[in-house]
Design a protein around this ligand. Sequence first.
Ligand SMILES: [Mg+2]
Length: 184
Amino acid sequence: MTSFPRPLLVLDLDETLWYGMEATDDADIQFSLRPHLGLFLDHVSQDFDLAVWTAASGDWMRRGLSVLHAETGFDLAGRAVFLWDRERCSWRRGEDGELRQRKPARKFRAGWLRARYPRGRILAVDDVPGNYACGYGHLVRVTSWTGEESDMELWHLAAYLRSIAQTGDFRTLEKRGWRSRMPE
Ligand SMILES: [Mg+2]
């Protein structure tokens, strides 16, 4: 074991861990869980503390997390260090004039958070890199998932994350193209 503090893994939800379909007149929200999600959470939680940051609403997040708990047995809502929804995001106008939500990494500098997790020990998993435009040093990008049943991304990601968990400062790692840097 090393003396590094236990790291924090901040998880995006939509198209990263699950795919949710809006409620209609006939049906409530339908959440499909990404393949290997239960295994992913079981494995990475051995090396990382977990948190959630989604650009979705708090209600959407809580509903999805209860489906996740029921289907995988993993209580992410109960175990997360924080559950941040769109209220914690900011709006930024892009070069094309469109307003987009951002997850400003400066929020990782909050005193209570920094006391437990130095910024170099925080990783964020997201399918939209623009979400972390101010904090690429934290980002591990995954492919967007919308229902492909043979998807293996979370399976591979669990192995990758566990392989780097003992790195002192994640920001010094080149994490782009992580799939090609997988251990044998
Ligand atoms: Mg997403």
